[in-house]
Write a protein that binds this ligand. Structure first.
Ligand code: NAP
Length: 477
């Protein structure tokens, strides 16, 4: 186990000031510089794979297979953003030559460019110790955009965080970049994180975690004399809507796959399906029975932290004790053992009426909501309000019913799936990982995929710019 260091408010101040100093050069850096840094970080992670995976496994219980895969994804993300920057993604410019004559048609020469926001405070997630942590997607996107990052370590994997930060410091130094391009701050209690988002040198914050923690940090970011953007990914219940035709065609396989998705990683995915919208009647009954059996047999493992396991137990117990929720599967594990899956069932009207039932229970649990027809399924989606994903099975034909369902799904979710399961988020150009609150505090942006870079760039119009400046082709000064 790596020794961990508790930072103080003075350390936060020093890290933020160093990031501000580094921003002068790094914010104006070219694609080759940023690409070399991102590729160097990927190489460094892979070079220490064995040591890092062992550290991560000891701290998170996620297992070497999953953690090796996550490290691969993290290196892929870093190199992918390097490629994006190399192809000009951070330096896009819209040239709008002058038009002679009076306004509104006549106008001066304008070039719309984008500049990096400045130093970014990055809050590592608990459930992806590589891919959403110290050198995860948020850090990669910010560095690609030209923003130094100051990462707040997650208390669930401090040893790993400090080991990864050590590697990053080495890469930054070896490439001759200012040390302030990357920093990690760590320590128990909320003070470190609050001091970080409130530091005057910090220009934006990116966060993945709980609704409560995210809202507290967003309030702190907005209470500053100069409020800053807060890109928070918070809770999500990821409804799965199964239309009767899909169940009739493929019910047993879908039930089996759904049980696997609910219990994947012991349910500790932001895209874990937590609300299952199923038809009333015999077809839905059979599907529910198959799902119960598949869940009963599904393996689970220890959760990321004891606090998270306690949080899961408390959410599950609240569902089990709810007068309108019928527990379909409620096998309890022995004290200290990994939790067993929970499945509850509730009528649509009761679900819609109780906002507590729309909240995420983080872990291997889901609520079946029984609906009479697609109009009621739409009301359930509207009650959920904001989610990272909606999955719609059986919307294959273009009918007024499927159009209405697709409309409702796209109104509440950042990603709508028509096949498969919501766990598993591809890192690519077409991805959208966000959605109306509480999925995201900034639903017009994504935290996964190459478009995540755009979060950390701010448009500026250069009017009648001198030739030398226009010739920089969007590269900031
Ligand atoms: P968390 O408690 O929100 O913590 C995330 C980060 O925010 C940590 O660095 C934490 O550090 C900090 N923090 C929390 N509350 C704070 C506050 N009031 N002021 C300042 N900083 C604060 O999230 P978590 O530990 O990852 O997991 C807890 C729960 O979050 C889970 O049970 C689950 O419900 C949810 N979660 C959701 C997702 C998702 O993607 N939807 C992902 C992971 C977790 P300190 O505690 O050191 O201050």
């Amino acid at each position: 186990m790596t020794a961990t260091t508790d930072n103080t408010a003075a350390d936060v101040d020093a890290a933020a000031r160093a990031a501000q100093a580094a921003f002068l050069a790094y914010g104006a850096s070219d694609a080759a510089t940023r690409g070399a840094l991102l590729r160097g970080l990927a190489d460094a992670l892979e070079g220490q794979r064995e040591h890092l995976v062992a550290l991560a496994d000891a701290e998170t219980h996620l297992g070497p297979a999953r953690l090796n895969g996550e490290l691969d994804r993290t290196a892929f993300q870093l190199r992918g953003f390097a490629t994006q920057v190399g192809q000009g993604a951070a330096f896009t410019a819209t040239d709008d030559p002058a038009v002679a004559g009076p306004p509104p048609a006549g106008h001066p020469a304008l070039q719309r460019v984008r500049v990096p926001l400045g130093p970014v405070a990055m809050f590592a997630a608990s459930n992806f110790p590589f891919a959403f942590s110290v050198l995860g997607g948020d850090a990669a996107a910010a560095l690609a955009a030209g923003c130094p990052v100051v990462v707040k370590a997650h208390p669930g994997h401090r040893g790993l965080s400090q080991a990864v930060a050590g590697l990053a410091h080495g890469v930054v130094a070896a490439q001759g970049l200012p040390a302030g391009v990357f920093a990690l701050v760590d320590g128990p209690g909320h003070d470190i994180g609050v001091a970080l988002v409130q530091h005057p040198a910090i220009a934006a914050a990116a966060f993945t975690g709980s609704v409560r923690g995210g809202l507290a940090l967003q309030r702190a970011a907005q209470a500053r004399p100069r409020p800053i953007p807060f890109f928070g990914e918070l809770g999500s219940v990821n409804p799965v809507v199964a239309l009767p035709a899909a169940i009739a065609a493929n019910g047993p396989a879908l039930a089996q796959g759904l049980a696997g998705s609910i219990t994947l990683g012991c349910g500790q995915f932001c895209t874990s399906p937590g609300v299952l919208v199923l038809p009333t009647g015999a077809l839905g009954d059979a599907f529910v029975a198959q799902l119960v059996e598949a869940l009963r047999a599904a393996p689970t493992h220890a959760m990321l932290t004891p606090q998270m396991q306690a949080g899961f137990a408390s959410g599950r117990d609240a569902w089990a004790a709810h007068p309108r929720v019928q527990a379909l599967l409620d096998a309890r594990a022995a004290d200290g053992a990994p939790p067993r899956p929970f499945l509850g069932q509730v009528a649509a009207a009761d679900f819609i009426a109780d906002a507590h039932l729309h909240e995420e229970v983080f872990g291997p649990a889901a609520l079946v909501v029984r609906v009479d027809g697609s109009a009621q399924a739409i009301e359930v989606l509207q009650a959920v309000g904001g989610t990272l994903t909606v999955t719609l099975w059986g919307a294959d034909a273009d009918t007024p019913e499927t159009r209405a369902l697709v409309h409702a799904a796209t109104q509440v979710a950042g990603r709508v799936l028509f096949a498969g399961y919501p766990t598993g988020v591809a890192v690519t150009a077409g991805q959208q990982h966000g959605g109306p609150f509480p999925a995201s505090t900034m639903p017009a942006t994504t935290s996964v995929g190459w478009a995540a870079l755009d979060r950390f760039l701010r448009p500026v119009a250069l009017q009648d710019a001198p030739a030398w400046l226009a010739a920089r082709g969007g590269r900031p000064c």
